[in-house]
Design a binder for this molecule. Structure first.
Ligand code: ADP
Length: 444
């Protein structure tokens, strides 16, 4: 009963989940950028591996300590940054060091990597030299543009520094030599600009940044192009590589690209089910799932909710049904453009919609800390027909130290789904309790 009281108070958000389609990592990353306005909370210790273990390890607690140009310090503060993020505390002194140091940095999306290397590039430019001095490559056009926006914002009070986008569609006259100090683009176009068209001279690059290495290597051809670009650069050019994850494939790529690196790693906070009350709701058949859902929905006077389904078709059917019942529902689905998805999530966050029905597009990477209730209208199933425990955890799990209490409801409409419930219980060693929707009125 106590649990339910908390539930009623907390039930501001509901999560609904869909879709067996694999998510494009570049799109996922863009979506993260579009919807993120703050740092991700992470209390884990930063691991630092210095190339020269005998050199002192610098870390900073304030931006002042970095002795930035006043125009850049002003830019940083105008962006609302009060102090360096956890990863920036260690990464910024290395990125700004003289002589330059190479760095491989890994931390989840939203921990301040882009802000850090943008500041580093801006700091290293000498605006009096009218040629390209910093080069940054990103996996897609959209991601390159996002990084460009950060540099523009941060360099707002330093207008002498100019930026050019080496992305598809940005055509310059043959024979042009660009004067922009920073070039940001995708590997193919950057290679064309530097090698074939000679719009800039790679030998004059002082800082090279490869962002989103994990997304980069997931794209056909990008790995080779990145290596070809790197080979054009002078030996003493500073090289920085950033990645949100660090599988072996990313690691071996990073080692090929970055000579003699320092390494900084920040582990993501583990997700846990400890603060989640998990239930299953037995429905006689498929059609019964909707009425069971309506039972929960009505009884709990939910302010906002998020619901997960397995297919896009199911998601749009469900959102249609809920709307016709008079509920304010938003639909987030894989066929939408990333910008549309970002707008839907934004509206949901602002509380303009009561319920968000979604496919797998938003299961990963999206911060749902604010969501108190998750409904698995369809349970996550792997290709082998067994429960997809990892996805289950991503849908409903919280990062331990910050996690608020939450509730998860799993709709069970067959023996197979019941088996999935048992598998999940076994895997996480946590009980999933049967909920009788007919009793819900009493629970309010
Ligand atoms: P990443 O590149 O690791 O995904 P970003 O650099 O994009 O992370 O930062 C994530 C969010 O946090 C952005 O909205 C950014 O403006 C903000 N941010 C970055 N650094 C700081 C800081 N030191 N203080 C406050 N906010 C920050």
């Amino acid at each position: 009963r106590n649990g339910w009281a908390v539930f009623s108070l907390n039930c501001c958000y509901f999560i609904f989940f869909f879709s067996p389609f694999s998510v494009d990592p570049a799109e996922q990353s863009l979506l993260n950028k579009l919807i993120r306005h703050n740092l991700v909370k992470n209390r884990n210790q930063v691991e630092v591996l210095q190339r020269d273990p005998n050199s002192p390890l610098f870390s900073v607690k304030t931006f002042e300590e970095l002795r930035l140009k006043p125009q850049l310090l002003q830019g940083v503060y105008t962006m609302g940054f009060n102090r360096p993020s956890r990863i920036q505390e260690n990464a910024l002194p290395m990125m700004l060091a003289e002589p330059p140091q190479n760095l491989i940095a890994q931390s989840q999306s939203g921990t301040g990597k882009t802000a850090a290397f943008s500041l580093a590039m801006l700091s290293h430019v000498n605006p009096a030299n009218k040629w390209t001095q910093c080069l940054c490559i990103a996996p897609t056009y959209e991601l390159a543009v996002q990084i460009g926006h950060v540099i523009e914002q941060m360099g707002k009070f330093y207008p002498e520094v100019k930026l050019a986008y080496a992305v598809r569609g940005n055509r310059l006259l043959r024979g042009t030599t660009i004067q922009e100090h920073i070039v940001i683009g995708t590997p193919g176009t950057v290679l064309d600009w530097g090698l074939k068209l000679k719009f800039f001279d790679p030998k004059k690059i002082r800082v090279f940044v490869l962002d989103e290495a994990d997304v980069m290597i997931a794209t056909q051809g990008h790995q080779d192009q990145s290596i070809r670009i790197q080979r054009l650069l002078p030996k003493d050019c500073q090289m920085l590589l950033l990645s949100a994850t660090f599988e072996d494939s990313v690691w071996s790529f990073a080692e090929r690209i970055i000579p003699d690196p320092n390494i900084i790693k920040l582990k993501r906070e583990e997700e846990t089910l400890d603060t989640i009350k998990q239930f299953y709701v037995v429905c006689k058949e498929k059609e019964d799932k909707f009425s069971a859902l309506c039972n929960i929905y009505g009884s709990l006077t939910i302010a906002q909710a998020m619901i997960f389904c397995q297919t896009r078709r199911m998601a749009s059917w469900l959102s249609g049904q809920l709307s016709s019942e008079g509920h304010q529902v938003a639909l987030l689905s894989g066929e939408m453009m990333v910008e549309q998805r970002a707008a839907v999530i934004e509206r949901f966050r602002e509380g303009k919609e009561k319920v968000l029905v979604t496919t797998n597009v938003c299961s990963r990477g999206i911060d749902v800390e604010q969501v108190s209730i998750v409904v698995n209208f369809d349970l996550p199933v792997g290709r082998d027909g067994n429960s997809d425990n990892e996805t289950y955890l991503h849908r409903i799990g919280r990062t331990g130290r910050f996690g608020k209490k939450g509730f998860a409801f799993n709709m069970v409409d067959s023996q197979e789904t019941m088996d999935l419930i048992h598998q999940i219980e076994l895997h996480f060693d946590r009980k999933i309790v049967k909920l009788d929707t007919d009793d819900l009125d009493e629970l309010e």
